[in-house]
Design a protein around this ligand. Structure first.
Ligand code: 5AD
Ligand code: SF4
Length: 478
């Protein structure tokens, strides 16, 4: 693993260099097309979070630019897995699918296979792939993803596996091609990396130190997205509340939100993820005052036990968390709150678990992602001696899941009958006569409609609540 890149280029020079590699790769692809008498196909599979989803759009942007045509599955000439390693089961899924891929490759000798993303930042993983999955052509990590075109060229020029992984980077490279999944909404990275080192979490080790993008670059990107038909953006960062602290001229996340809110033509602003320790009064006020900011806050709790929160290195306790929720609800009464909770962190007792349940009951989350603690090698929690008995963890997990589901269903029911603004997002997979859309609070609504409505807003009556989603009907155009 390399410590850092060595070429010493600025971000802008790097962009220029990568476009040169894109041109070179185009030639390789068109040569191959002539040989085969057909277009080359590609498939990008994303594991994990919204950050990875956005990275995959960048990979696809380059693949498109150089001439590949996207396919629906792994029967393709170029397959790339953008991996996640936040929990062990994410890793296992990748190994499982790699098994299949070797068979595909036997049938299609032109096939190229690449792996990237968080999992590749772990040396043991790369070792295992080098040894047991020798048919993989290219491995790179999270810090050099902007070099994809260059790495692709190197891989096309070589018969052996190319591996290029860096420990960290301080560079942010702007203006490379992107192929969006949705025409009307887009993720926008506002920062990369994480400095928090929660004791269970591998993210700071695989995504590196916190780096914020310049506000002007973010605004410029959103303006051009809007010009291209985007009406909703999701500002992305591991901890958006600490945005801008390390910039040459520091800017707060609240200030950034206010700037983004001014962009003409933009309709909805979402963001992910907020850390409770950095959630300022200023941000709450900005959310309240900015009409485009959606009434939704994802505020990971992780545990309701102050004792465990301390060992988790979260820098807040149960009371501070509850006080924050109170403040949010006072300022924005109809805000939807969602969260992440971990069950079975080392040393978790019945008492600790009951504290978590208590917070869940008090806050009444609109929805909650519940995770069984997964031991990640290299994190402080993995070395803790008091790992909890898996049966006990499962018992707690089931209790918690039942509780959060009951609360979500009850909360969703409260909106039944109301008329609310919905952004039409896609045709329903099961029933083509329905369109699936989202409310400002992020809830899903299915309502009769046609694909030409996608990307537009409608006033919809939520006629029936079905657990965590609604059936609805259009009342009038928004
Ligand atoms: N085990 C289980 N869940 C984890 N998360 C992060 N690390 C772990 C782990 N080791 C969860 C946290 C975080 C979410 C993205 O994943 O709840 O908020
Ligand atoms: Fe992991 Fe904590 Fe950083 Fe979130 S804030 S990515 S949980 S270390």
């Amino acid at each position: 693993m390399r410590d850092f890149e060595a070429n010493g280029l600025s971000g802008a020079e790097e962009t220029k260099l990568q476009y040169e590699y894109i041109e070179k790769a185009k030639k390789y692809v068109s040569q191959k097309e002539k040989e085969l008498g057909r277009k080359l196909t590609c498939y990008v599979k994303t594991f994990g979070c919204q950050m990875n989803a956005r990275d995959s759009e960048k990979l696809l942007g380059i693949l498109n630019e150089i001439g590949y045509v996207e396919t629906e599955d792994e029967h393709a000439d170029f397959v790339i897995y953008n991996t996640c390693t936040v929990r062990e089961n994410a890793n296992n899924k990748v190994y499982g699918r790699l098994g299949y891929l070797s068979n595909y490759k036997k049938k299609n000798p032109h096939m190229m296979i690449a792996l990237c993303g968080c999992m590749m930042q772990e040396p043991e993983v790369v070792e295992k792939i080098r040894k047991s999955y020798r048919f993989v052509n290219l491995i790179f990590g999270t810090h050099n993803i902007y070099k994809f075109a260059e790495l692709l060229c190197r891989s096309m020029e070589s018969d052996s596996m190319i591996v290029d992984i860096w420990k960290d980077t301080d560079k942010i490279v702007e203006d490379l091609p992107v192929q969006r999944k949705y025409s009307f909404k887009s993720g926008v990275n506002i920062m990369f990396g994480c400095n928090n080192f929660c004791s269970y979490c591998i993210v700071p080790y695989v995504r590196g130190r916190e780096r914020s993008r310049e506000p002007k670059d973010i605004i410029r990107e959103i303006e051009s997205l809007v010009a291209d038909g985007v009406c909703e953006v999701m500002l992305l960062g591991q901890n958006v509340n600490s945005y801008g602290k390390n910039l040459e001229h520091p800017v707060t996340f609240a200030e950034l939100l206010r700037e983004v809110n001014k962009i003409e033509g933009l309709k909805r602003i979402r963001f992910m993820t907020s850390h409770p320790k950095d959630l300022s009064d200023d941000l709450i006020l900005a959310m309240k005052e900015c009409d485009k900011v959606c009434k939704h806050m994802h505020l990971p709790l992780q545990s309701g036990s102050s004792r465990l929160l301390k060992i988790m290195n979260r820098h807040y306790d149960k009371e501070q968390y509850l006080a924050l929720v109170k403040k949010l609800r006072e300022a924005i009464p109809d805000i939807a709150l969602t969260t992440d909770i971990i069950v079975g962190f080392p040393g978790e007792t019945e008492e600790d678990f009951n504290e978590t349940l208590d917070v869940v009951k008090q806050v009444q989350y609109d929805s909650a992602f519940t995770f069984i603690y997964s031991k990640r090698t290299g994190t402080p929690a993995a070395a803790m001696k008091n790992q909890v008995d898996p049966d006990e963890v499962k018992r707690h997990f089931d209790i918690l899941l039942k509780e959060v589901q009951e609360i979500s269903a009850k909360k969703a029911k409260e909106l039944e009958g109301r008329v609310m603004e919905v952004l039409a997002e896609e045709q329903n997979i099961q029933d083509a006569s329905l369109i699936t859309g989202r409310l400002s609070n992020n809830s899903v609504v299915h309502f009769p409609g046609t694909p030409d409505m996608i990307g537009k807003f409608y006033m919809v009556r939520l006629t029936e609540c079905r657990g965590f989603y609604y059936l609805g009907e259009i009342v009038e155009d928004a």
